[in-house]
Design a binder for this molecule. Structure first.
Ligand code: SF4
Ligand code: SF4
Length: 663
């Protein structure tokens, strides 16, 4: 017994000591990065609630029903057996310790529940193995690390049941806790393996063997965690706790005039923020982000999962230089041998599917935006075709390079008022570049103007005073150009009096609503889908339902995932069409990007399949005769994609449908 105490004491001190040393190092790495220390525990009550819902409630994990249920069984079952394992460790050091002597009734209930929970863990593992060996989803990491973890945890749970089986088969001693009826599952183990027929000596030997297997595996697991993908067991909860609480988000504003700054954006691991590092630690490598990524899905080399994984690897590989404060020697993230290439970085459409589905609330785009910012501002590296787009935005305030003084030509003869003439209105309609210059966008703007007039809305446009909203330049990493355009618009807004900014473009909507406040311009911003819905509710528009056959709605990423607007356009369609509404498999928060976001509209798409063609196939498969969007960029991309399919499917904007359906 003394020998066992000694062995256990040394083993526990060594394993826990090693574990804490490793964790301390990981923490030091996180605290050594230079990016802003954005881990503020503001809105504490909400964060605690999120922790309960997302971590204890497993809400994010359960989005995939079968895999989510398996994870929930494993998570709670594994947690449930830990107090018993702790008791066994204490018993190893203090042989006469018996938790059952303190509160025997409660202890019995706990053991009963833990024993059943252990069985649930085994069910969860059975499904996990089936998924890995039979289903084998392509986005799941099937490497040695994952298999080793399953082996570790299976051994821990199986040995837990065997320990219980031996324990309950031992003759009960007077004055000690009686285990005979508290192990419903382990009791089956005892009968099936004939444990209940063994002699006392053999029971003792069997118990000790499984005891050492159980504790040894737990300690091995403890040592293994900090260096494995199961680091998420430690980092996921804090990562969720510090997550962005609002769905809407702004790209981080960079103070480009700060002359003390040596670098902008994300160039090497020392530029990470602490939140970035926590994201890397928290990744479970589940692959859900990759599964829904439209770039991965159409054969581009971009995988959000691999970005996170490769950055984590780079961080750990170069952490020595970070900790020794030799930051000048740290190699750039994008270098010859790195997996992060230009094709990876620029394939992202910023659709946010990855962030939306990540069970640990990682924010992949914080990496991608800051990387692009660094490439453009510090390295002057970006897809060559973007040079002309940047020039056009700089010289003519629109990405196509049309003369800026022709911005209001789309409404010639329509008697659309200008802000410069009215000075004051209820609604300032920010038409946007697509709505002003693109042929398809102009038709959508004309429909919108007619609707506003029908409803008697007091509105005006900026016309030639309007600049590109800055979204495109910002998402392409050209923060300098973006800020220039944003500031010009902000100055123009300040000259006039109005209550609301209206826009039919989700990109204008998002950037003005969520990013302009960082530039001192916080306004009530409304998208036309919401605004038309409001006009109908107020009785200012009368709808005569159109019969347009089978119809489906394509969610714009910047309306849906970026701003949580899914219902208003569907409500509008239900009111304005009498035909059948169908949903595509990829709709709502899982909507498939049209391929235009993140400035991809102005970049070549030469790798893999074209994203808009893929989306068009999904439209065809839905059986719809009309596909409706609420974004002029989506309308263009869908139209081109549908043309490729050779099918006769109408592509309409919500404004065009409303224009036809109202009087
Ligand atoms: S934002 Fe969209 S395109 Fe970009 S990595 Fe995430 S899922 Fe892929
Ligand atoms: S980033 Fe999130 S969704 Fe992607 S693999 Fe990691 S945990 Fe899964």
């Amino acid at each position: 017994m003394i020998l066992k105490s000694l062995v256990m004491s040394i083993a526990l001190i060594a394993a826990f000591g090693y574990f804490f040393k490793k964790v301390k190092r990981l923490h030091s790495v996180m605290m050594s990065v230079d990016g802003s220390s954005n881990l503020a525990p503001d809105r504490l009550g909400e964060r605690i609630k999120v922790l309960f819902i997302d971590v204890l409630g497993q809400s994010n994990v359960r989005r995939k029903p079968a895999a989510g249920l398996a994870h929930t069984l494993i998570f709670f079952g594994f947690l449930a057996i830990q107090p018993h394992s702790l008791e066994l460790m204490i018993k190893g050091v203090i042989p006469f310790f018996e938790a059952g002597n303190f509160l025997p009734g409660l202890y019995a209930v706990y053991l009963y529940a833990a024993d059943i929970s252990g069985f649930f863990v085994l069910i969860g593992f059975a499904y996990a193995l089936y998924r890995r060996l039979v289903i084998r989803p392509s986005y799941l990491t099937l490497g040695r690390d994952a298999n080793l973890i399953i082996l570790f945890t299976s051994v821990i749970v199986l040995s837990f049941h065997f320990i219980n089986a031996f324990q309950m088969a031992m003759p009960a001693q007077t004055g000690h806790f009686n285990y005979i009826s508290v192990f419903p599952v382990s009791g089956v183990f005892a009968r099936v393996f004939g444990i209940d027929t063994l002699s006392s000596t053999n029971l003792m030997i069997g118990y000790e063997i499984f005891y050492y297997i159980h504790i040894g595996t737990i300690l091995g697991f403890l040592i293994y965690i900090p260096g494995s993908k199961h680091l998420h067991l430690l980092a996921a909860a804090p990562n969720v706790f510090f997550k962005r609480l609002d769905i809407e988000k702004a790209i981080m504003k960079t103070d480009i005039e700060d002359e003390s700054k040596e670098t902008f954006g994300l160039g090497k691991i020392s530029d990470f923020s602490r939140r970035n590092v926590l994201n890397l630690y928290a990744c479970t490598e589940c692959g859900r982000c990759e599964e829904l990524c439209p770039a991965s899905g159409t054969g581009k080399p971009l995988s959000p999962k691999k970005i996170i994984h490769d950055f984590k690897q780079d961080l750990l590989d170069q952490s020595g230089m970070l900790l020794d404060n030799h930051k000048n020697e740290i190699l750039p993230l994008m270098r010859e041998e790195s997996k992060l290439t230009d094709d990876v970085l620029w394939a992202c459409t910023t659709c946010r599917s990855c962030e939306n589905v990540c069970p640990v609330s990682n924010e992949h785009l914080d990496f991608i935006f800051e990387m692009r910012k660094h490439q453009v501002l510090m390295e002057a590296k970006f897809p060559p075709e973007m040079q002309e787009t940047f020039n056009n935005m700089e010289n003519q305030a629109n990405p196509w390079g049309f003369a800026s003084d022709t911005r209001a030509d789309w409404c010639k003869g329509m008697d659309v008022p200008l802000m410069a003439e009215k000075l004051q209105t209820d609604v300032l309609w920010f038409v946007g570049c697509a709505g002003s210059f693109d042929d398809r966008g102009k038709k959508i703007s004309q429909a919108t103007a007619r609707i506003l007039k029908k409803a008697g809305v007091d509105f005006a446009i900026l016309g030639p005073e309007e600049n590109c909203n800055g979204d495109m330049a910002r998402r392409a990493g050209n923060e300098y150009l973006a800020q220039m355009m944003i500031r010009q618009n902000v100055e123009t807004f300040a000259q006039y009096k109005f209550k609301t900014i209206l826009t039919g473009c989700p990109h204008c909507y998002n950037v003005i609503k969520n990013e302009y406040p960082d530039f001192g311009a916080a306004y009530d911003v409304v998208h036309t889908a919401d605004y038309f819905d409001r006009l109908i509710k107020e009785g200012r528009l009368t709808v005569n339902a159109l019969n347009s056959g089978i119809m489906t709605f394509h969610d714009s990423c910047y309306l849906g995932r970026w701003n949580n607007i899914y219902d208003a356009p569907r409500r509008l369609l239900k009111k304005s069409v009498s035909g059948q509404m169908v949903e595509m498999d990829r709709s709502g928060s899982k909507g498939f990007c049209c391929g235009a976001g993140g400035a991809r509209m102005f970049m070549e798409e030469t790798l893999g399949k074209r994203m808009n063609n893929e989306r068009a196939i999904q439209v065809v498969e839905s059986g719809a005769q009309t596909v409706v969007s609420a974004c002029p960029f989506c309308a263009v991309m869908l139209h081109d994609g549908i043309m490729e399919t050779g099918k006769e499917i109408r592509v309409k904007d919500i404004a065009e449908i409303m224009d036809e359906a109202t009087n």
